[in-house]
Design a protein around this ligand. Structure first.
Ligand SMILES: *[C@@H]1O[C@H](CO)[C@@H](O)[C@H](O)[C@H]1NC(C)=O
Ligand SMILES: *[C@@H]1O[C@H](CO)[C@@H](O)[C@H](O)[C@H]1NC(C)=O
Length: 261
């Protein structure tokens, strides 16, 4: 039998449909057991939806879940497992999946128990709020400038990093990094709306909204982080800080970098 192009397409269609409950440009990553284990090894907060392609609630959730994934990218990765796939059934069983969809957050990958979604209708806003709230908070708030030296001294055996910014709160980005590097790097936050505290430590004024000061393990002399205060460059830098390969030789007395704008 010779298949017309259309018939060939129809023959292929069921397979395509089953994979496609999420929109084509989605940030949701479909994983198999190997991908799931790799994701869990990273010790990050990750969200996983266990779905079946025929399930109506899954199809209705998919655009909302995808929107939440986009909103929290790259801070909190969103995954999905197709529990209809033969090779995934055991994983879905191990994860206690009894109905579809089952959405769970793994606050530190496989370092601790997962928590099922419990925040009402599965809208993108609810999913975003729930996932953000699930990131373990390892940030030490240092409200007064005097709190800084005491904390820096107490945690002297670890590298320490402090975010100075204009806001009372630190961003989710900082909380995510604090969780990722928990027990490897100690994270602090100091609200410094006028930049006075940073200046008293020898940094600024340079018109920047936020600064990251780094204290190498064993030293109480801070170094100013020079890169962009964004997720990818920060995570790369902190990996190097954690494994001791970061270049932290800039002396504190160096002239502050000039504003480029
Ligand atoms: C995750 O945490 C465990 C236990 O603290 C540690 O042994 C492992 O190296 C960590 N993995 C990563 C990628 O940081
Ligand atoms: C240390 O971390 C950096 C940044 O991730 C990496 O490029 C480097 O290979 C690591 N070195 C060692 C010795 O682990």
């Amino acid at each position: 039998m010779i298949l017309s192009p259309l018939t060939a397409l129809l023959v292929l269609l069921p397979a395509l449909v089953s994979a496609a409950i999420f929109p084509p440009d989605t940030k949701v990553k479909m994983v198999d057991p190997k991908g799931f284990r790799r994701a869990m090894k990273a010790n990050r907060t990750a969200v996983v939806a266990f779905v079946a392609p025929w399930c109506g609630h899954c199809q209705r959730m998919a655009p909302e879940y995808s929107k939440a994934a986009k909103n929290l990218h790259p801070l909190v990765p969103f995954y999905a497992v197709d529990c209809d796939e033969e090779g995934n059934k055991r994983l879905c069983g191990e994860q206690g999946v009894q109905g579809f969809p089952t959405v769970k957050v793994y606050p530190r990958g496989n370092q601790g128990p997962s928590v099922p979604y419990d925040s009402g209708e599965r809208t993108s806003n609810n999913l975003i709020r729930w996932a953000s709230r699930s990131v373990p908070n390892k940030i030490k708030s240092l409200p007064k400038v005097d709190d800084i030296s005491a904390w820096v001294d107490k945690k002297n055996d670890l590298p320490r990093v402090i975010l100075f910014n204009k806001d009372k709160k630190y961003p989710l980005l900082w909380q995510v990094l604090g969780n990722n590097f928990w027990q490897k790097i100690a994270f602090g936050h100091h609200s410094d709306p006028e930049g006075e505290s940073a200046q008293s430590l020898g940094f600024g004024p340079d018109g920047k909204n936020s600064k990251v000061l780094v204290y190498p393990a064993g030293s109480n002399d801070p170094v100013l982080y020079q890169g962009a205060t964004k997720y990818e460059p920060l995570i790369k830098f902190f990996r190097a800080v954690a494994n001791g390969t970061a270049d932290l030789t800039t002396p504190t007395t160096a002239a502050p970098p000039k504003d480029e704008l």
